[in-house]
Design a protein around this ligand. Structure first.
Ligand code: ARG
Ligand code: ZN
Length: 880
């Protein structure tokens, strides 16, 4: 049965890739801007591929064609055909000049792709979003990343309504026009693909700073936003300077234009966009101030600013040949940002954050109906492939490559990659070849990681031979079938490992003919592989996949005491956390089987001793004391009951809290609650994080006491971190003090959309059956709108993807509510609708009552018909 839109065109396939028959050398764009209509004149100098003979075909969506000429002569209606999304033109030759003029409707563009209006008609501004295929909503063009052209852009608009006119590249003149209008021109000397084009026009303020690159270029760094939030851009500007310096040092990469503009908007489909010389950011990832941003959000701003900046080399100077290669720029850029953030902050905390994100977002993707390789083989709607697999798993693949080359080797490889491919549209193979050639190694075996979906399972088994004093570790791998990929091949899996004795001392590793080290990387590339360690005096405790050396699921039959040993003795913070997470899984399982509850005891004992010991950093301690999330627990089950998982995970934490003791928790809370002026340094951030954890634990064993503390903390908080932490405890626990705090928050932040988003988010997190009523009330709140992506995500994204026990109701009301809203949202903004729909990803593994309810809701949505390509692809895949 085909449920979804039978008329959907065939998918686009990697194996069908052909070089572009026509490319463009230079583009002159003339844009006449207005809120309701804009006119775009494009003058393209065409280049024909000598080996191909197809007619000239250009992409164009929703464009009203006003005029068209070729080599200076207006074309009559017989010499071109304009159907839906294609413009075919007769008579073009190599070197021909095609000129088109089209009309657009920015204010009517609710999909936020192409040219659109951010904010109100009266005070808002115009901007563009082109990645992946938005440029075709602006003008007719071969809108594919392997067409690199030089852009000259001239903007014209009313001076009073649009005082600021920006486009990518270097400024090249500006001036007055008649009737109160003005113009500005920008020339980008670097050939670029159309997805990196951008313009911005409106009433904006800026802050700026001069920057001199390591190779001596003077650059003006300019951040733009609407006037009322410009004071909140300073942190991002500092972060920008930090990451520019870092890229010069770490990769020898300098910025390459005279200006670098960054613009904040509240209306954006994703996090941010690396348009050449004119980055555009979701305000959520650019604005930061203590009163409305949490510590976590400060880190996110720094990370996203860095990510977009790093794209200038990994993405812009070297771009992607086609969208299948998306991870070439995204995986690599995420990895570079991870390195930068690790350098700026704490490496182990950063690794913990990234690995938990991978497990929360990517592992479920790899295990369900939406599984796809890091380099997908086919897609219908490319916007559906900006996924955790392409980004986060892609970054893990780069990390494995970097790990196998070592820091110097990786740098050599990256240098060669830039040297070979600067100014080109490259492939994953190009990347592996450059890294390999620079180091005289063959990295092509890693290509299978890019083509194979699914998370490999790494099984480990140890045998100790007391007579020979030998320990044999057998490592084997298996990857389960994924949609359209029943057969899997073994992959090269780098396993970094150490061995510990039972007192927690790390052992020297004697393997064949090498000088002993305490840590070693074994690359498992066969289905099964033994490795023998000699001179081992007693059965050791292996610490495997250290630093999470490969994105796999580890299966090793640890005894609780062994994990407790690693949790308390491993010198590396990340590995301690890993042991603790593993132990928490065992503890969780032991809740159901009360005869064997020593895993829970071991987990509580180990954490209590770390809590009392005070030898580790507060932030790390807070992470250690946080069990895996509900989604991670669900990922290990086949008949998922989210309500039960929530209850058991709470019980696990309650036992930890009880084990530590109410008084001790109170005492630590007060010790951490230092008061005074807000400080943003790492130590104070860590204190706030641990304080929050202590408060949450306390709430499980002394609800009244914790609620009183939370209410007080809410009132006296000097920054958003403490304020939101307190509000979260009150709201999620449905404390009597919650209503007052919520009302206060609502009023206090009425004019701050990013803070108000949190007001929606926190209420969408109420666990269990109470969530639905809360969502129904919130969605009729005057401040709620489906039109704003951040607001829609704050409410429905949180409910459907971040609150499993609230969303997965046995009566199916959660599913019905979401599918109804998806249909409405799809008519406005297909990208956001499709993204929210991925909440259904794991539905086949729900227990039967919920599973049937989910199926019914999904089928009903599919049968409505008229869904966008974005949403129908996701629903179709989820139902398959
Ligand atoms: N390239 C941007 C970034 O990761 C994201 C663009 C996402 N585009 C989309 N259509 N989903 O930095
Ligand atoms: Zn990116």
């Amino acid at each position: 049965m085909t449920l979804v839109n039978e008329t959907t065109a065939a998918p686009i396939r990697l194996r069908d890739y052909r070089r572009p028959p026509w490319s463009v050398d230079t583009v002159e764009l003339d844009v006449d801007l207005g809120i309701d209509t804009a006119e775009v004149t494009a003058r393209l100098v065409l280049r024909r591929d000598a080996e191909q003979s197809q007619p000239l075909r250009l992409d164009g969506e929703g464009l009203e064609l006003l005029a068209i000429s070729l080599d200076g002569r207006a074309l009559d209606a017989n010499s071109y055909r304009h159907e839906d999304s294609v413009l075919e033109v007769d008579g073009a030759k190599d070197g021909s000049v095609l000129e088109t003029r089209v009309r657009l409707k920015p204010a009517a563009n609710t999909a936020l792709e192409g040219l659109y209006l951010s904010g109100s008609r009266e005070t808002g501004f115009l901007l563009t979003q082109c990645e992946a295929e938005g440029f075709r909503h602006i003008t007719f063009f071969p809108d594919r990343p392997d067409v690199l052209a030089r852009y000259t852009v001239t903007l014209r608009a009313d001076r009073e309504r649009f005082p600021v006119l920006l486009a990518g590249g270097n400024p090249n003149g500006a001036g007055e026009l008649e009737h109160g209008r003005h113009w500005a021109r920008f020339i980008d000397p670097h050939p670029k693909p159309s997805y990196l084009f951008a313009l911005v026009a409106g009433r904006l303020k800026n802050i700026r700073r001069d920057y001199i690159t390591a190779d001596g270029r003077n650059v003006a760094l300019v951040m733009w936003s609407e006037a009322n939030v410009i004071d909140r851009c300073h942190y991002a500007l500092d972060a920008l300077e930090r990451c520019m310096r870092w890229d010069e040092k770490a990769y020898g990469r300098n910025y390459d234009l005279d200006v670098f503009h960054v613009v904040a908007t509240h209306d954006f489909n994703m996090g941010a966009m690396e348009n050449k010389g004119l980055n555009i950011f979701n305000a959520k990832y650019l604005l930061a101030d203590p009163d409305s941003s949490t510590d976590e959000e400060y880190r996110a701003v720094e990370a996203v600013v860095a990510h977009e900046y790093f794209h200038n080399w990994t993405g812009n100077r070297v771009t992607c040949r086609d969208w299948f290669q998306l991870s070439l720029k995204e995986g690599l850029t995420v990895f570079r940002e991870q390195q930068f953030s690790a350098d700026m902050n704490s490496p182990s905390l950063k690794r913990i954050e990234d690995v938990s994100l991978l497990r929360r977002a990517q592992f479920p993707e790899d295990a369900g109906p939406l599984a796809h390789p890091v380099r997908p083989a086919e897609y219908r709607e490319i916007n559906n492939f900006y996924t955790a697999t392409v980004y986060e798993k892609g970054a893990e693949l780069v990390r494995m490559l970097a790990g196998s080359l070592g820091p110097d080797g990786f740098r050599r490889g990256m240098d060669l990659y830039f040297e070979r491919h600067d100014g080109q549209a490259a492939t994953i193979e190009d990347f592996l070849s450059a890294l390999g050639d620079a180091n005289s190694v063959d990295l092509m075996p890693y290509l299978s990681w890019y083509g194979q979906a699914g998370t490999p399972r790494l099984h480990a088994h140890g045998e100790y031979d007391a007579a020979r004093k030998e320990y044999t570790l057998t490592l084997s791998q298996h990857t389960r079938a994924t949609p359209n990929q029943p057969e899997k091949t073994p992959l090269p899996i780098p396993v970094k490992l150490s061995l510990f004795d039972h007192s927690g001392n790390v052992l020297p590793l004697h393997t064949d003919g090498q000088t002993p080290e305490t840590e070693k990387v074994v690359v498992v590339s066969k289905a099964s592989q033994p490795i023998v360690f000699r001179h081992i005096d007693a059965p050791p405790v292996p610490s495997l996949l250290r630093g999470f050396s490969a994105p796999v699921l580890l299966e090793y039959g640890y005894a609780p005491a062994e994990l407790a040993l690693l949790l308390t003795h491993d010198p590396d913070g990340f590995n301690r956390w890993e042991a603790g997470q593993h132990l928490a899984f065992l503890a969780f399982d032991s809740l159901h089987a009360p005869t064997d509850n020593d895993a829970c005891g071991a987990w509580c004992d180990a954490l209590a001793s770390l809590f009392h010991g005070r030898a580790i950093d507060d932030a790390l301690l807070a992470d250690l004391m946080t069990p895996p999330g509900e989604i991670e627990f669900a990922d290990r089950q086949t008949e998922v009951d989210p309500a039960k998982i929530h209850a058991h995970r709470q019980e696990l934490q309650r036992r930890l809290a009880a084990h530590i003791g109410i008084e001790t928790l109170h005492a630590r809370y007060h010790a951490l609650n230092v008061g005074g002026d807000l400080k943003l340094d790492a130590g104070n951030q860590a204190k706030r994080q641990l304080k929050r954890r202590v408060l949450e634990l306390l709430a499980l064993v002394d609800a009244d006491g914790a609620h009183a503390l939370a209410a007080k903390q809410y009132e006296s908080a000097t920054g958003m971190t403490d304020r939101l932490a307190a509000l979260g405890v009150l709201v999620r626990q449905r404390a009597p003090q919650a209503a007052k705090a919520l009302a206060h928050f609502r009023e206090r932040y009425a004019d701050n959309p990013l803070a108000l988003d949190k007001w929606f988010t926190v209420q969408a997190q109420v666990p269990g059956d109470a969530a639905l009523a809360s969502i129904r009330t919130l969605e009729i709140d005057p401040a709620f709108t489906l039109k704003n992506p951040n607001r829609a995500r704050a409410l429905f994204g949180t409910f459907a993807s971040g609150n499993p026990s609230g969303f997965h109701r046995t009566d199916g009301e959660g599913y019905r509510l979401l599918t109804d809203r998806l249909a409405q949202l799809d008519a406005l903004n297909p990208q956001i609708a499709a993204r929210l729909a991925t909440a259904f990803n794991g539905w086949q593994r729900l227990e039967s009552v919920r599973r049937e309810a989910a199926r019914t809701a999904l089928v009903a949505l599919a049968q409505r018909g008229g869904l966008s390509r974005n949403l129908s692809e996701i629903i179709g895949n989820v139902l398959q």
